[in-house]
Design a binder for this molecule. Structure first.
Ligand SMILES: NC(=O)c1ccc[n+]([C@@H]2O[C@H](COP(=O)([O-])OP(=O)(O)OC[C@H]3O[C@@H](n4cnc5c(N)ncnc54)[C@H](OP(=O)(O)O)[C@@H]3O)[C@@H](O)[C@H]2O)c1
Length: 277
């Protein structure tokens, strides 16, 4: 009996190891579709005023961290229905302004700050697991589309960029409802931005490791397993990638799709650029 349990456990570990290796090989071979320019034009003012949606979440905590730590960012607005330790610390430092918000289909109450905002990091979202289709669409499609519509009504001049965290597998023509809906958001915000100074970007990341303040041993274990295939990025790195893409105002076009390997490359470029200052 003991021998059978031992063999079963070893088989499971072996299968898991095979799966990880297969995923890493797949990620290594297929991800990373963008070649970064070596000497890009950088607009240091492109991220002067940043707005973060979803800052209380696992991904948003890292986006907020990246924005707060960026020396070229003057002010960060956190638009949220509740606060967090990082928002509180940012408010205390004077760099973050907290705007409590209830209805994410209506942005009249923040119309006074939309006109000054350059960069929007959007990680407000919900998983499809245990959520009905109507709620999923409301949160992941209607909220961001309503925001971009309101933002463009207040401002249309560059530099403006909208960064949407979609997820790996997002596909407007896909088989699954969640993938189609996030793909619909990608398309709708890019369509709205046409003929304006706004560029919209969608991040099709796989696993976003929480910030060091929120991550546990299991997160770091998974990160170590999935890094070789570029299937993981830290939430702060994802924020850095967004800041870098905003600052490179003449490279990526409106509607560009950023996979996880691309995000990692932009985050690395960001860190090298900021270190050189
Ligand atoms: N985590 C990952 O590895 C990963 C990878 C790829 C893509 N993504 C995508 O990234 C997005 C964020 O993921 P996450 O892991 O950070 O999720 P999370 O930890 O659950 O955070 C979700 C954020 O969205 C806000 N939110 C959700 N429903 C809301 C509603 N009805 N009204 C107002 N705010 C609402 C939450 O606010 P409250 O705190 O007030 O609830 C929170 O700030 C999701 O769309 C997810 O699919 C995540």
């Amino acid at each position: 009996m003991g021998k059978i349990i031992k063999i079963s456990a070893l088989s499971l570990v072996g299968l898991f190891a095979l799966l990880v290796v297969a995923l890493d090989i797949w990620g290594f071979a297929t991800l990373g579709s963008i070649t970064l320019e070596s000497n890009p034009a950088i607009d240091e003012d492109a991220n002067k005023v940043v707005m973060v949606f979803g800052a209380t979440g696992s991904v948003g905590d890292g986006l907020l961290k990246a924005a707060v730590e960026d020396p070229n960012v003057d002010k960060v607005y956190a638009i949220t229905r509740r606060t967090s330790p990082r928002i509180e610390a940012g408010v205390a430092s004077g760099k973050v302004v907290l705007r409590m918000h209830k209805d994410f289909t209506d942005y009249a109450s923040v119309s006074d700050i939309l006109g000054q905002t350059n960069t929007v990091m959007w990680s407000l979202g919900t998983t499809s697991i245990g959520v009905d289709d109507a709620t999923y669409t409301l949160v992941n499609v209607d909220f961001p589309v309503a925001f971009v519509t309101a933002w463009l009504a207040a401002r249309r001049d560059a530099p403006m960029s909208f960064h949407y965290v979609a997820g790996m597998g997002t596909d407007a023509n896909g088989d699954q409802q969640w993938a189609r809906e996030k793909g619909r958001t990608e398309n709708e915000v890019a369509y709205l931005a046409q003929d304006s100074g706004l560029r919209t970007f969608s991040y099709r990341s796989a696993f976003v490791r929480p910030t060091s303040e929120q991550a546990g041993t299991l997160h770091y274990f998974l990160e170590a397993l999935l890094r070789p295939g570029s299937l993981v990025i830290s939430a702060k790195e994802l924020g850095e990638a967004m800041l870098e893409i905003s600052a490179r105002t003449t490279t990526l076009k409106n509607g560009a799709l950023i996979d996880n390997a691309d995000s990692i490359a932009y985050a690395k470029a960001y860190e090298e650029r900021i270190d050189k200052r």
